[in-house]
Design a protein around this ligand. Structure first.
Ligand code: KG4
Ligand code: ZN
Length: 336
């Protein structure tokens, strides 16, 4: 089966052709970073307009690169939430047009489910259940994946998303947007134990997260330091901040696995690209004989291949959408 996947929930216009939910035939990702960078974050109106400009060329390119014609497609899958309403509408409208014109099924895919199933796009993925830590620019969700389409929420952020915290701290450190990769790079030259930034564990046994206190602590540390010194150890601050945030994420992921008895942890979302997070979870998981998986970086950040993959499995479950499919800025993963 050849699935066309479309992803426009935030600032990447992405289209992919994926065979049987696993084999990527083509994958187009048009990043809009250069248009949002000067504002230090994504501007929703600019995102919608750029999606509109990029979507048709991206679809044509994906078909061409995949070495197929439109007539070869079996179904079209599109992210219909959560995300920016105007941005989502562009992808969903394009997907509806293709579904209608080709008379093939349309499948709306929860963007978060896309991040989870990106972990299936490998040879021999481990059997369910998994603990999945979704860490992106807009989300932190700790869930138990009982099976495909069956997700039990265990914890989430009460304020900022992890990627959002990386992006905000990058701005105060004078680094470009997106902040995650910039902080990771700078942190390589710093000492992660130079400054002990606070970690918010919340109530005993809570699997929720909070990053606003950490963010404020870094901002005040920098402010105070600047009052008496012009020698600011930016690399140490980046490394110590990164350590604080990845320390909490890894500890809670392990807590979730131990509490549920689940033996596989899967990382997902843009922040799952972070090597420090991967290493911390790996070390803790190894001690407990827990298996760790994560997708390659291109399948961690927003992409259409994961949406095609999610659509494929939804199709197999008989979950086909109608042409009335709507977009949802807020959308939870289904518990079933
Ligand atoms: O999953 P994603 O592409 O978009 C959302 O669904 O939000 O995630 C984007 C986020 C950004 O906040 C970016 O700073 C962060 O992922 N990110 C990283 C790294 N690469 C991307 N954060 C930390 N370390 C990285 N290497
Ligand atoms: Zn995402």
């Amino acid at each position: 089966m050849l699935i066309l996947g479309i992803e426009t929930s935030c600032d990447e216009t992405s289209v992919a052709v994926v065979e049987d939910g696993k084999h990527i035939r083509s994958h187009i990702i048009c990043s809009q970073v250069e248009f949002h960078q000067q504002y230090g974050g994504v501007v929703p109106e600019i995102a919608s307009r750029k999606h509109l400009e990029f979507i048709n060329p991206a679809i044509d390119e994906a078909i061409k690169e995949g070495g197929i014609t439109f007539g070869d497609l079996s179904l079209v899958a599109v992210a219909n939430g959560p995300g920016l309403v105007g941005a989502l509408l562009v992808g969903v409208s394009a997907a509806k047009a293709i579904s209608y014109a080709l008379n093939i099924p349309l499948i709306g895919v929860n963007h978060l489910e896309g991040h989870v199933v990106a972990n299936l796009m490998r040879e021999a993925p481990p059997a369910f259940p998994w603990i999945c830590l979704i860490v992106s620019g807009g989300h932190v969700n700790l869930i138990e994946v009982k099976d495909l389409g069956h997700y039990i929420p265990l914890g989430k952020t009460r304020d900022d998303a992890a990627g959002e915290a990386f992006d905000k701290i990058a701005t105060v450190l004078g680094l470009p947007y997106p902040g995650g990769p910039a902080i990771e790079k700078l942190a390589l030259r710093g000492n992660a134990e130079a400054i002990r930034f606070p970690r918010a564990y919340l109530e005993k046994d809570s699997l929720d997260f909070s990053f606003s206190g950490l963010k404020t602590a870094v901002i005040y540390y920098l402010k105070e330091l600047k009052t008496y010194s012009s020698d600011i150890p930016l690399a140490d601050i980046a490394a110590s901040f990164q350590y604080a945030i990845t320390d909490i994420l890894s500890k809670k992921a392990l807590m979730a696995a131990k509490r549920t008895g689940v033996k596989t942890i899967a990382l997902a979302g843009g922040v799952a690209c972070n090597s420090s997070l991967r290493e911390l979870v790996r070390k803790k998981a190894e001690k407990e004989e827990i298996n760790l998986i994560y997708p390659p970086p291109v399948l961690c950040t927003d992409n259409a291949a994961m949406i095609a993959c999610g659509g494929y499995y939804k199709y197999l479950r008989g979950e086909v959408s109608s042409l009335e499919l709507d977009v949802y800025p807020v959308m939870e993963l289904s518990e079933k």
